[in-house]
Design a protein around this ligand. Structure first.
Ligand code: ZN
Length: 160
C-alpha cells in the first residue's frame, strides 16, 4: 500500500512537470496522416475506431494480441507505422499486449493524460495520432517501463 502511494505521488509529480511541455507540443502538433472521422470509420472496425480514434480502452483479455507470442512487428492499425517489436513484448498479466520499449522513440508521442481522475501518460502514434494505450513505470528491465497497449490499435506483421 505504501509503495502504491509513493508510486501515485511520483506519478502525479511527473505528470505535472510534463504538463507544460505537452501543452506547447499539442499546439504545433500536426500529423503526417490526417483523416476525418468518416474516413477512419470506413477504414477501421467499430472497435478499432473507438479505441484508436476516440481513446477508448478494450476490455482486458479480449484483444487479438495479449497472448500472441509469435515473432514479428506490431504496427499502427490506423496508418501501418511500425511501433513495437515482439522482442520487447512481455507477459504483464494485465490482459493487454505489453512492451518495455517502442521500436523507435520517435514513432510514439507520450502525452500527459488526466482523464478518469488519474495522472497517466498516454501513448499515441507519431504519424497519425492514434491512441495506442498508456505507459507506466512498473515494467521490467532494462527500461523499467510498461507500454500497456490496446490490440485494437495494433496490427501484427509476422516475421518471415
Ligand atoms: Zn498511426
Amino acid at each position: 500500500m505504501k509503495t502504491l502511494l509513493i508510486a501515485l505521488i511520483s506519478f502525479s509529480f511527473i505528470g505535472s512537470s510534463c504538463a507544460q511541455k505537452n501543452k506547447k507540443q499539442k499546439k504545433n502538433q500536426s500529423f503526417a496522416v490526417v483523416k476525418t472521422d468518416a474516413e477512419w470509420k470506413k477504414q477501421l472496425t467499430a472497435e478499432q475506431f473507438q479505441v484508436a480514434r476516440k481513446a477508448g480502452t478494450e476490455a482486458p483479455y479480449t484483444g487479438k494480441f495479449w497472448d500472441n507470442y509469435e515473432k514479428g512487428m506490431y504496427t499502427c492499425s490506423s496508418c501501418a507505422q511500425e511501433l513495437f517489436s515482439s522482442e520487447t513484448k512481455f507477459e504483464s498479466g494485465t490482459g493487454w499486449p505489453s512492451f518495455w520499449k517502442p521500436l523507435k522513440k520517435q514513432n510514439v508521442i507520450e502525452k500527459n493524460d488526466g482523464t478518469l481522475g488519474m495522472a497517466r501518460t498516454e501513448v499515441i502514434c507519431s504519424r497519425c495520432g492514434a491512441h495506442l494505450g498508456h505507459v507506466f513505470d512498473d515494467g521490467p528491465k532494462p527500461t523499467g517501463l510498461r507500454y500497456c497497449m490496446n490490440s485494437a490499435s495494433l496490427d501484427f506483421v509476422k516475421a518471415k
